[in-house]
Design a protein around this ligand. Structure first.
Ligand code: LLP
Length: 407
């Protein structure tokens, strides 16, 4: 279904009438089928999926993902709390902080959440307070350059994330000094990783380190599977990754002497393709060299094209048979916010509805109120029904927390 007019039988243009635009729409069936695909791909190992909450943190989406059999990875205490509101037990949540205040770590520990220790100073602090009373995981930086671009590469030598694999002796020293109970090792090398080889290389770093930790229960390979952004685009072959990584993992477990769990933390893979941003054309503006399509959204709602040069396919829902022409689709923000440049679309007129694809991951969750604009509503399609899962913001939401002084 390359350019759907309907999702699970629900007409997309009817959603514009009912909920207005711009509108985030999520296909719940697609999300749960992605969970299933991953479970199948890794069926040869005891797998635990921990959805990277940051990709799409609406509580209803979290509930749906839980129902499909996954846990979550949280990167802030707020995400931990959202997860708990969605019904996840503490054991189903891992907290992977990145240089946060120790008070936040303590708050998470008090909630019974496992911490993924991401620096040597944190290991020290954690050890001084908890010693071996609270089991933890360690995030290793494997020194692997991977991912779609530098901004989303997280496992290379100069990345701030995790503890360098070259500092393994210091890690082991801290573990011994405080008798830390380390039950997991973690890596996450980046986002939009195409190659199965990268996951295998990451695995080898984990395996080499893991033999030094006798109490392990799991190895966490992180997320990062690349999804398709355009027709015929290549996506990570998760079946291949599952097979190759699964085999390597099982043979490592034999060597280790115990069956461990394999954890994954997909974000994009579970929700990217399930999401659509439905927008309306405000203006079609011909300049001497380019025809601009100005839509009722911008970098305030979808920052990926501007922040990462991310490619988002889009199509004209209102005129699917129209003559093809090239357009620059731009946002309404007072800053350059090109969503798509020199893109072939069926003829666009003011008032036409456009659908921006791959909007499920890092779309709404990275949205802001820039230009004092309001955030859109979110709608979930589940069992053939469209339900609003977040209201569109109102002007009052913008000023809610402002103290208005008298001058
Ligand atoms: N685990 C950890 C520790 C992460 O930091 C991330 C993403 C993931 C898992 C999930 O990665 P995924 O499977 O979604 O690739 N905003 C960027 C992506 C940044 C990802 C940050 N970390 C984008 O829109 O492309």
């Amino acid at each position: 279904m390359p350019n759907p007019t309907h999702i699970q039988g629900v007409s997309i243009s009817a959603l514009a009438d009912e909920f207005g635009t711009p509108l985030y729409i999520y296909d719940g069936e697609k999300i749960t089928s992605q969970v299933k695909t991953l479970q199948e791909a890794f069926s040869a190992v005891p797998l635990k999926i921990k959805f990277a909450t940051k990709a799409l943190s609406n509580i209803n989406i979290l509930k749906l993902i839980r129902k499909a059999g996954a846990g979550i990875d949280a990167v802030s205490i707020e995400e931990v709390k959202l997860g708990m509101m969605a019904g996840y037990s503490a054991e189903e949540i891992m907290y992977t902080p990145s240089g946060v205040a120790f008070e936040e770590i303590q708050e998470a520990v008090n909630l019974g959440i496992m911490i993924n220790l991401d620096s040597l100073p944190l290991m020290e602090q954690f050890g001084q307070v908890y010693s071996n009373s609270v089991a933890a995981c360690i995030r290793i930086n494997p020194h692997i350059m991977a991912g779609g671009n530098l901004k989303i590469s997280t496992g290379h030598k100069e990345s701030k994330f995790g503890i360098s694999i070259e500092q393994l002796p210091q890690i082991l020293e801290a573990v011994a000094k405080y008798k830390l109970q380390i039950i997991g090792l973690h890596i996450h090398t980046g986002s939009d990783i195409l190659d199965a080889e990268v996951f295998l290389r990451g695995g080898n770093v984990l395996f080499e380190a893991a033999v030094q930790f006798p109490d392990l229960k799991f190895l966490d390979f992180g997320g990062g599977f690349k999804v398709a952004y355009k027709p015929n685009d290549i996506a990570t072959d998760v079946m291949e990754v599952g097979k190759k990584v699964g085999e390597a993992f099982q043979s490592f477990c034999k060597q280790y002497g115990r069956q461990l769990e394999l954890w994954l933390e997909p974000g994009k893979f579970l929700v990217s393709e399930a999401g659509y941003l439905l927008v309306k054309t405000n203006v079609v503006k011909e300049s001497t060299s380019v025809t601009f399509v100005g839509v009722d959204t911008g970098l305030n709602h979808l920052i990926r094209p501007m922040m990462y040069d991310a490619y988002h396919s889009l199509y004209n829902l209102s005129n699917p048979e129209g003559k093809k022409a090239k357009y620059n689709v731009v946002g309404y923000i007072c800053e350059t916010d090109t969503i798509a440049s020199h893109r072939e679309l069926n003829e666009v007129k003011a008032g036409d509805l456009l659908v921006i694809k791959n909007a499920g991951a890092y779309g709404y969750s990275m949205a802001s109120n820039y230009n004092s604009r309001l955030r859109p509503a979110e709608v979930l399609i589940w069992e053939g029904q469209a339900r609003q899962i977040r209201k569109r913001e109102k002007f009052e939401d913008l000023i809610r927390n402002q103290e208005i002084l008298e001058f």
